[in-house]
Ligand binder design. Structure first.
Ligand code: ZN
Length: 128
């Protein structure tokens, strides 16, 4: 069998070594993204390459991939507790961040539901 010379198609690819929760990894950039990449635009460009906004990407890294509770404290401030483990994938982090409740707020919500249910039960005139 004869060996045929392989055709070689040179191709430029752009990567950035991006910070991710607990580590860093290569993120592939388009030519346009690479051209617009500076330290000032890093979060926005990496976020775009990962399919989210710059602030969402930064938040994911800064929170070590742990979504924040969507509950509010007695003083009216956002609850700082995390939901689930740290270092969750971006795809897992985004839908949970500030949309799910920590164990304490879940417990409070469940107790409020019980009170509501009891209230409804008390108001009802017949068997429930
Ligand atoms: Zn909470």
């Amino acid at each position: 069998m004869r060996h045929r010379a392989r055709q070689f198609h040179p191709r430029v690819q752009f990567y950035v070594w991006a910070e991710v929760p607990g580590a860093s990894r290569e993120v592939v950039l388009t030519e346009e993204q690479a051209a617009g990449f500076t330290n000032a635009t890093a979060d926005a460009v990496i976020g775009e390459a990962l399919g989210v906004s710059g602030p969402t990407y930064r938040r994911w890294v800064d929170r070590d991939g742990r979504p924040q509770c969507g509950g509010v404290t007695r003083t009216g401030k956002p609850c700082e507790h995390g939901v689930g483990p740290s270092r969750q994938d971006l795809e897992s982090f985004v839908p949970k961040d500030r949309r799910m409740l920590c164990a304490i707020h879940r417990d409070m919500r469940d107790r409020e539901n019980v009170i509501e249910l009891h209230g409804r039960k008390a108001r009802s005139n017949g068997p429930v």
